[in-house]
Design a protein around this ligand. Sequence first.
Ligand code: CA
Length: 526
Amino acid sequence: MNISEPLTIRMYERDNVAIVANDGGLPPGAVLPSGLVLRERVPQGHKVALVDIEADAPVLRYGIPIGHALNAIAAGSWVHERLLKMPDARGLDGLPISTVKPPPLPALDGHTFEGFRNADGTVGTRNILAITTTVQCVAGVLDFAVQRIKAELLPKFANVDDVIGLEHTYGCGVAIDAPGAEIPIRTLRHISLNPNFGGEVMVVSLGCEKLQPERLMPPGTFEIVDERNVADVGASEEAKLDVVCLQDEAHVGFMSMIESIMRQAEEHLERLNARRRETVPASELVVGVQCGGSDAFSGVTANPAVGFCTDLLVRAGAAVMFSETTEVRDGIDQLTSRATTPEVAQRMIDEMAWYDAYLQRGKVDRSANTTPGNKKGGLSNIVEKAMGSIVKSGSAPISNVLSPGEKLKAKGLTYAATPASDFICGTLQLAAGMNLHVFTTGRGTPYGLAAVPVIKVATRSDLARRWHDLMDVNAGTIADGTATIEDVGWELFNLMLEVASGKKKTWAEQWKLHNALVLFNPAPVT
Ligand code: CA
């Protein structure tokens, strides 16, 4: 981009503001191609008034009011959040239901990747031994064991990518029968069954905790891969679950616990090591998309490119989840109108209503979502952020809805209701069965997960340049004018197939950047 030429981006014809695209922003006196002269400095990503805006008049971006002017704003002014009054959230009554019937997208055939087929029909993109825990108390012991497994056992099993402990803060000291407690429990259960773990369920338990192993993994929720256990004399259904219980009287001393975990882990490693990648259609991808550290470019570059890619995935018969309830709440009418059936629309409304009530209990609303960094990046409020966030969902009909912690069973486009918190959203998408994660960022975040590859997409070329060894795709080229949304969407789609096949590692994998699993627990802690 030639920085001497002022460049602004207006999303819709009727918008009365545009964002400044130039690195470093524009100085006072800069003249836009329209002849408009800037009255003050406008930072990159921030809005400039294109016309005089009267007091109380709507400020329009994405063709909708993102706020109303508190006082008159002169053309050429910097329009920031302190000049705006945020509109109330759209009510949940009288929404358009299944009114948009886009023509069916043409099928996209012939795209494949190399994945690990599982007995339950899912496909993994990595081959990982994940050791589940029932309670945080065992985390230190498990971590000690995992370090030894990595050093002493993993080198013997060349086809296994990694060994991880599924640590979390749940399991005891919680009101385990309270409404809402089923969310963290089923989340943990379903994460243990993520396609990347090959159906090898192994649990480390303390013994006295509220979340007992059989409550975490009731009979029938997991497949028994090892028939030897079933043949044990008098083996009951419960006995099939592979549990190492630290308080078991057989354990004398710390090393006895570590040796038990290692011995059990080795059996799972042997079976995982026998797995081989095979060619599978792109329809076996289960992709979770989310954003974090967003800026005003998120909705202009990276998220539209992800939205284009979402459409490609749906056309290829894959499953795609978009989430982050507070970041789509202001676009609920767009979502209900795209629902394939009134039932799907109603489920979305129910999830939004539940979340509104959840926030209300804490005496906040959706406006609590935006961060100082969002605002510095030009996003004035949650309405503007939501309009940019929702475009990750592309244009396909929304055919399915998941409540937090539920497991996905359908292909196509799913609204998986989750908080917008990066770690909680990622954790819930893992539980849904995600085998590939796409994450867009404008401010920059080194986010990564141990369980699935995370492809990170930068919204701006400046970020992509500075974080060249953390960002996998630069969507800033769209704002620079050197690539189109379609170009970057296809680049992302092709990269996904390579990453899913294990032929390419994401930067987060390369550096082993692994954020914690954070369970969503709306129920009380005791
Ligand atoms: Ca997020």
